[in-house]
Ligand binder design. Structure first.
Ligand code: PGA
Length: 248
């Protein structure tokens, strides 16, 4: 039984609530698909209006981040309880921008993955190497370390249902997509790591996306690779082009 593809848009810090609803409405007819799961990961303030706008369509909504507590004195944070109640089925965890600009550590991200599962939210866990790491030849070691740290204490059943996004940092927002071979090599290594920590069945089930300058031209070749089950798309998810990526 093959894995179902999943293509998620990561809107990042773009789109006011008004713009978000307009974009969702533009994309609804373009991202229809019977074969691919489609997710819009949107800014916290856009979750409620976007969930409303996509009601009755094939589109699922995700958050771009969340905190590790349900409620309390954590000014400015948003909780798993809140995003779940608002209609999110997914949450991006450990995007490289969160790791870099907000100093989110693997230990902290591991807590977030656990919390997401506690609330029935599917994590899209991101990992990826810098250009320096790639050039130094430590990419696979680094990715294995990230995966092992972020998944500590997560059960095989949970991992089977989650999504892992491999996003080389040098390819994010740079227009420099990894080649299909480069992306496949790392996604395969991630699957092997899951097999090593858990078992072959879990490794077979976990969905692994590629992210980093995915566009309408590169999607088909990337998504055809045996270990790539779709994409996490930034810039191109804000345009009509996202429809062509979903229907690669
Ligand atoms: P990009 O972003 O498609 O704009 O490179 C991908 C991401 O950061 O998820």
């Amino acid at each position: 039984m093959g894995r179902r593809k999943i293509v998620a848009g990561n809107w990042k810090m773009n789109m006011t609530p008004t713009e978000a609803v307009a974009l969702a409405k533009t994309l609804i007819p373009l991202v229809k698909s019977d074969d691919v799961d489609v997710v819009f990961c949107v800014p916290a303030i856009d979750i409620v209006p976007v969930v409303e706008a996509v009601k009755g369509t094939n589109i699922k909504v995700g958050a771009e981040n969340m905190y590790i507590e349900e409620k309390g004195a954590f000014t400015g944070e948003i909780s798993p309880l809140m995003i779940k109640d608002a209609g999110c089925e997914f949450v991006i965890i450990g995007h490289s921008e969160r790791r870099e600009y907000f100093q989110e550590s693997d230990a902290f991200l591991n807590q977030k993955v656990k919390k997401a599962f506690e609330h029935g939210i599917t994590p899209i866990l991101c990992c990826g190497e810098t250009l320096e790491q790639r050039e130094a030849g430590v990419t696979l070691d680094w990715i294995r370390l990230q995966i092992k740290s972020d998944l500590q204490g997560i059960t095989a059943e949970q991992v089977s249902s989650m999504v892992i996004a491999y996003e080389p940092i040098w390819a994010i927002g740079t227009g420099k997509t990894a080649t299909s071979e480069q992306a496949e090599e790392v996604c395969k290594a991630i699957r092997e790591t899951i097999c090593e920590i858990y078992d072959a069945d879990t490794a077979e089930k976990v969905r692994i996306q590629y992210g980093g300058s995915v566009n309408a031209k590169t999607a088909a070749e990337l998504f055809a690779m045996p270990n790539i089950d779709g994409g996490l798309v930034g810039g191109a998810s804000l345009k009509e082009e996202f429809g062509s990526i979903v229907n690669y």
